[in-house]
Write a protein that binds this ligand. Structure first.
Ligand code: ASP
Length: 455
């Protein structure tokens, strides 16, 4: 049995939905279909989830929401019309969308979660109706019926799955039809809707695949494969045929966003192979993400990624190495400001603390600098904002000597200064801190070096 997930771009309009249905029809093992809300039909279109966020915001601000509500209803009816499915069979859709504005919620965050979740809920409802219309027996299964229980500890818009879910999911085995399950949300133990983080339908698919011990989890999206480098930087990069979960995790960390990194956790726990495929080219083999035990590296590096959303705090103090407890003091200050740090490379007299920029406001940055100044009196202290991290990832580098040499040689040839270099203890990744302006040149240099080497 296979769990198949279709992303928003794969369900954006009638022709895409037709393609998704053809994929389901083609393989009787594709028994569970997890769906996202319809995504963008063109580059300047708006995702249904974003329309729902705008609708929720208008309700909260008591603004006029009539037009946006119509727009959302239209997105579903447009798909139904493509298949000549009569609107009279689909009254549940406008009713649900209208009733959202009249429902009361514990607070604005729960309201937002419930509005957002409606995108996937109605997509699953519509697709189950379309499958039945096309004589493919199908059943809509809400996450409540499936038993997806989530924690709202980090807020109802940032849910995490609770372990009892996996005991509940076996109940899905009782059904014979194709089950269409909305992605992206579950229910808290008090019965409120809570969504995963954005793009979280991938997570639902992985949870169900694990709970059902599926033979694989096929994740249908709009690219042929995950590529060894960002196609916006490298022309025709190599498609990755196979990679391990931890390679995916490391690349996702630095911006490979085709597959949600949180979705790896259930896949890893259940040892479920994840196959990323293209809805528009399903004959393409795609990328398989598998356990390390089943993987034999064919190349030294599997991929090169880059994240630019970092800021670094650099401090210098003579004899820093001799002082006891300096790092502790700094980390306490960061913790008091609610900041998590990513890396902390250090030298004899200096230390750099690298963190995600999104956590920092100008006021907070100033305050952190003042607090550190007061606590450890560094000789100099400086915020570096244009910091980027290049991640060079590959199981193949584990047993090979000289990979770092290749990385640094490539960067030197491209005239890219290295501000930090770190090899993870797993020995499958090398992380290089560079100035953001140099990042693309750095990626190209590293990618080309290893491709040319025949890697
Ligand atoms: N529709 C949700 C989003 O846009 C979840 C998803 O597509 O996976 O974030």
């Amino acid at each position: 049995m296979k769990v198949v997930k279709f992303g928003g771009s794969s369900l954006a309009d009638g022709p895409h939905v037709k393609q998704a249905i053809a994929i389901i029809r083609e393989d009787p093992k594709r028994r569970i279909m997890v769906v996202s809300a319809p995504g963008k039909r063109s580059a300047d279109d708006v995702k249904v989830t974003d329309l729902l966020i705008a609708y929720a915001t208008a309700v909260l601000h008591r603004d006029d929401y009539a037009a946006i509500r119509e727009e959302i209803i239209h997105r579903y009816f447009e798909i139904a019309a493509y298949f000549n499915l009569p609107q009279s069979d689909l009254q549940f859709i406008p009713q649900t969308i209208v009733s959202l504005a009249e429902t009361s919620f514990p607070n604005a965050d729960y309201l937002m979660a419930a509005f957002k979740a409606t995108g996937e809920r109605l997509t699953a409802f519509l697709i189950a109706a379309l499958l039945n219309h096309q004589k493919i027996p199908a059943r809509f299964i809400d996450p409540k019926e499936a038993g997806i229980v989530v924690s709202d500890q980090h807020g109802p818009n940032n849910a995490t799955v609770l372990p009892e879910t996996y005991d509940h999911l076996v109940r899905l085995q009782a059904f014979q039809e194709v089950l269409v399950v909305p992605g992206f949300y579950g229910y808290t133990s008090t019965g409120e809707i809570a969504t995963f983080s954005r793009g979280g339908s991938d997570i639902t698919g992985a949870i169900i695949a694990r709970g059902m011990a599926a033979e694989c989890y096929e994740n249908f999206t709009d690219v042929d494969a995950i590529y060894a480098a960002n196609p916006a930087i490298i022309l025709n990069p190599r498609p990755i045929k196979e990679m391990t979960y931890r390679e995916m995790r490391e690349l996702a960390y630095a911006g490979f966003s085709v597959f949600h990194d949180e979705a790896l956790i259930p896949a890893i726990a259940g040892k479920i192979p994840v196959i990323v495929k293209n809805t528009n080219a399903p004959y393409h083999p795609g990328t398989r993400i598998i356990p390390a035990n089943d993987f034999t590296p064919q190349t030294t590096i599997t991929g090169v990624a880059c994240a630019r959303d970092f800021s670094a705090l650099y401090l210098h103090k003579y004899l820093l190495n001799k002082e006891v407890g300096v790092t502790l003091k700094i980390l306490k200050i960061l913790s008091a400001h609610g900041i998590s740090y990513e890396h902390m490379p250090s030298g004899i007299d200096d230390l750099t603390i690298i963190m995600r920029s999104a956590q920092l406001t100008p006021v907070r940055r100033r305050q952190i600098a003042l607090d550190i100044q007061a606590a450890i009196q560094p000789d100099s202290l400086e915020w570096i904002d244009d910091y980027a991290i290049i991640m060079v990832v590959g199981e193949g580098m584990h047993d090979r000597i000289g990979t770092t040499n290749g990385v640094t040689a490539a960067l030197a040839q491209a005239n890219v200064a290295i501000h930090m270099i770190n090899q993870g203890a797993s020995r499958i990744s090398i992380m290089v801190g560079v100035r953001a302006n140099d990042a693309n040149r750095g990626i190209a240099a590293i990618y080309n070096y290893f491709e040319k080497e025949g890697a």
